[in-house]
Design a protein. Structure first.
Length: 364
């Protein structure tokens, strides 16, 4: 019998208030944008009634089939709270306690995760500098040694980012070469795919074509940078290389109790073309912005614009004035380098207004 109060819940008028101006736009991060309306609708659809917690719900059960549609019949999906959690959980699942991860000096796991791979995952990061954010077999070889040396952390994983922290892309052939090299040396391949959808949109390829099909063993699949309210996913592509994913996820505090609401968002993203539609739009806005600054005196684009980010160099004082009008970040302030990010809800009017403000500040 239902509890008497459960029949007519005492829900009154909301006391929620809006504390921001939704007209304010910026180019600081694709995390600044809100949730896509279709994602919010999916959350509402999954609400109501009771479902088994910790992943035993109908939405998470269905999610496995959905990810296998995109990544192949062996794919396994584990929803988590955030990108750092996805990376730390995934890397732990590929390593022993004495294991090390080879990655770029500028990798997110090295510079933007507050030491979580080391402190939480207990991993040693072996980093190599790159001019474009991309690893190659030759660069990996600089740290791929000492596998039997008890005095050195053992390289067990190569971690690359797609699209990279500099907005550049790996081609399928480049990833295959990395995977072949890694596997020949007994190492697994991890991809930080916070912006994997943007890479697929730019490469015009299915997700499996530059992950599963070219030898990637495990990846972090991004959601919040492509319209989700919260949530990322660890996607296991080669289950034979992975250790105790379910236990590591819980141990790392990345097991959502009401997982249906994370899974429902990914269903909204991946069941149709929302993931690709949103990524293509963000990429297109980045190209529009890049085209708009290409001929401006005093502005230099530093890296090819291949996804939804633009890295540019301009006078520091111009950037500081422009930041009072639009949010964005310095990437390397002494060098005058900035990063401008576009997202699923960036409009042509946003880009054109930003360009007008930039021209104004350059002319002062």
């Amino acid at each position: 019998m239902a509890h008497p109060e459960a029949v007519t819940p005492p829900f009154g008028p909301t006391d929620a208030r809006r504390h921001h101006d939704p007209a304010v736009r910026g180019f600081a991060s694709d995390n600044y944008s809100g949730a896509h309306p279709e994602v919010l609708a999916a959350i509402a659809l999954a609400n109501g009634g009771h479902q088994t917690s910790y992943g035993g719900d109908a939405y998470t059960t269905h999610l496995g089939d959905l990810f296998r549609r995109h990544f192949g019949p062996r794919a396994e999906v584990y929803p988590v709270f955030n990108g750092t959690g996805a990376n730390v959980v995934g890397l732990q699942a590929l390593t022993d306690r004495w294991g090390a991860v080879i990655t770029t000096t500028g990798a997110h796991i090295n510079v933007d995760e507050c030491g979580a791979p080391e402190r939480v995952g207990g991993l040693k990061l072996l980093t190599v500098p790159t001019p474009d954010g991309k690893l190659t077999p030759e660069l990996i070889a600089r740290e791929a040694f000492g596998f039997d040396d008890e005095h050195r952390a053992t390289p067990q994983v190569v971690s690359l980012t797609q699209s990279t922290e500099l907005g550049t892309l790996y081609t399928p052939d480049e990833i295959r070469a990395i995977a072949d090299f890694a596997h020949e040396h007994g190492m697994a391949v991890h991809v930080d795919g916070a912006r994997l959808a943007n890479a697929a949109a730019s490469l015009d390829l299915p997700l499996a074509a530059f992950t599963t099909d070219v030898g990637v063993d495990l990846l972090s699949f991004g959601g919040t940078k492509n319209g989700l309210l919260l949530g990322e996913a660890v996607v296991v592509l080669d289950p034979e290389r992975v250790r105790a994913m379910r236990h590591i996820r819980k141990l790392s505090m990345q097991l959502p109790s009401k997982m249906r609401f994370v899974s429902a968002q990914f269903e909204a993203l991946l069941a149709g073309d929302l993931w690709l539609r949103s990524a293509r739009h963000a990429n297109a806005m980045a190209r529009r912005l890049a085209a708009g600054v290409a001929d401006l005196d005093g502005v230099r684009i530093c890296h090819p614009v291949q996804a939804n980010g633009i890295f540019a160099e301009l006078p520091v004082e111009v950037s500081r004035r422009l930041m009072k009008r639009y949010a964005f970040y310095f990437w390397n302030e002494p060098a005058g380098q900035v990063r401008w990010m576009c997202t699923f809800d960036t409009t042509e009017e946003d880009v054109d207004a930003f360009l007008a403000a930039l021209r104004d500040e350059l002319g002062r």
